[in-house]
Design a protein around this ligand. Structure first.
Ligand code: UDP
Length: 416
């Protein structure tokens, strides 16, 4: 069997006071219809990035409402992750030449993972495959029950894909019973997706990453990392990755510093196991910061885990997400939920999240710097947009809504 992840326990009842009553009732109806259904989520890593983040909440909640949900991580090692990272970038539009060797590596890990699934000979009503890494699982899982419904969940923006990679993956993806995308605009052009469903992701308001922290508690944590509590700070939390543009964030911070000399910058990045590029980019960013004592670089490897991320997000004067390409941008949702004023790139799922008025959309470095300065100088405006962002997230992007959308899809596929 694939490596199982123990995602712990959660109870939907705890979310009752946070979400609307109708949603809660809808969830109860769906869970009655789906009671006992066996659902397996498969992705490439139990740690780092948005997908793992979602599954740590979604899987236990799905279990709590009566389904038998599990999470398995496919087989992977560096050569495979190098290829899939390239696929990921190529699907987001990066140039890439698909070689026979890359395909062979990709197919081999998918074949092995599928073989492990088949060998375990468990019955699954739904197998929910996340992102391109395990996309060939269905293809290689011939020995599984034909009754099993297969869902492929694409978390990235594939609207301007590298054609070669898209053409290679498309037949496999089309073969799934449902293809779930975050938004219509992310689907590849001219590709017929017979089971297309649109479901934006969500954050867990009760996880250590997002639970309410008092300003005092949050400050107590951030102070321990050497931030000067008497001076404002800008924050970006994201993988160290060119698409997240940490170097651009440093450029913007330098421009802000000309106007607001006391400003500090905190960059937090997690090092994911399936992201070999992360390390190169981490060192690039460290060098770019050039020893500036007002720039703080942290990662999960320097003890900045969920609670610490929460604390920094809860008290940042401005949260930046200067992405050049983005999937949905869960980190934006997290910042909005904490009612922080946001400055974010006009890409991926960010505009949709900022629609409610919770932030300023920007293009490029000078724009980013100008928006930060505006928010630092006009605190009442900053507070106002912070509040709007929070309400927008409450309405659209909390996990119970995502659970509802998933259960709806299962009910449709399983005809119950
Ligand atoms: N994250 C984290 N620590 C870090 C960097 C990122 O916990 O140092 C989390 C972040 O809070 C968010 C997720 O990783 O929940 C990133 O998801 P997002 O959709 O923003 O980006 P992705 O990495 O999936 O492209």
């Amino acid at each position: 069997m694939l490596q199982r992840v123990n995602a712990g326990n959660k109870s939907l009842a705890d979310y009752r006071s946070i979400v609307r009553r109708e949603l809660y009732e809808e969830l109860q109806d769906l869970s009655d219809r789906l009671r006992g259904a066996r659902v397996l989520h498969v992705n490439a890593t139990a740690f780092g990035g948005g997908v793992a983040e979602i599954l740590y909440t979604l899987v236990p909640l799905t279990r709590d409402v009566g389904l038998d949900a599990e999470w398995g991580v496919m087989f992977g090692a560096e050569p495979f992750f190098n290829v899939t990272k390239n696929f990921h970038n190529a699907l987001q539009g990066a140039p890439y030449e698909l070689s026979i060797e890359s395909r062979a590596i990709y197919e081999e890990y998918n074949r092995q993972s599928a073989a492990a699934l088949v060998e375990a000979s468990e019955h699954w009503d739904v197998i929910f495959v996340h992102d391109p890494q395990p996309a060939l699982l269905k293809h290689f899982s011939d020995g599984l029950s034909p009754e099993t419904k297969w869902v492929w969940r694409c978390h990235i923006d594939t609207s301007t894909p590298n054609r070669e990679v898209l053409d290679y993956l498309s037949p496999y993806v089309q073969d799934y019973d449902a293809q779930v995308y975050t938004m219509e605009e992310y689907t590849p052009p001219d590709l017929d997706l017979p089971g297309l469903v649109i479901v934006p992701p969500a954050i867990d308001p009760l996880s250590p990453k997002n639970m309410a922290l008092s300003a005092d508690d949050a400050r107590y944590i951030t102070n321990q990392f050497g931030i000067d509590a008497g001076r404002p700070f800008l924050l970006q939390v994201s993988r160290f990755d060119p698409w997240k543009d940490p170097l651009g964030v440093i450029d913007a911070y330098r421009m802000v510093k000309e106007k607001v000399p006391e400003i500090q910058l905190v960059l937090i990045g997690s090092m994911a196991h399936d992201d070999p590029e992360g390390w190169d980019y981490w060192y690039k960013t460290v060098n770019y910061a050039a020893g500036d004592r007002d720039i703080f670089l942290f990662s999960n490897l320097t003890n900045v885990g969920s609670i610490e991320v929460n604390a920094f997000q809860s008290v940042a004067d401005v949260v930046i997400q200067k992405s050049i390409r983005e999937g949905f941008g869960l980190v934006v949702t997290e910042a909005l939920w904490k009612a922080r004023p946001l400055v974010a790139g006009r890409v991926g799922g960010i505009p949709m999240q900022v629609e409610g008025g919770g932030g300023i959309l920007v293009d490029g470095v000078p724009d980013t710097a100008a928006a930060c300065v505006k928010l630092l100088e006009d605190q009442s405006f900053a507070r106002q947009i912070g509040r709007r962002g929070k309400e927008h997230v409450r309405e659209h992007y909390l996990t119970p809504r995502l659970l509802r959308d998933d259960l709806k899809l299962f009910a449709k596929l399983l005809n119950v």
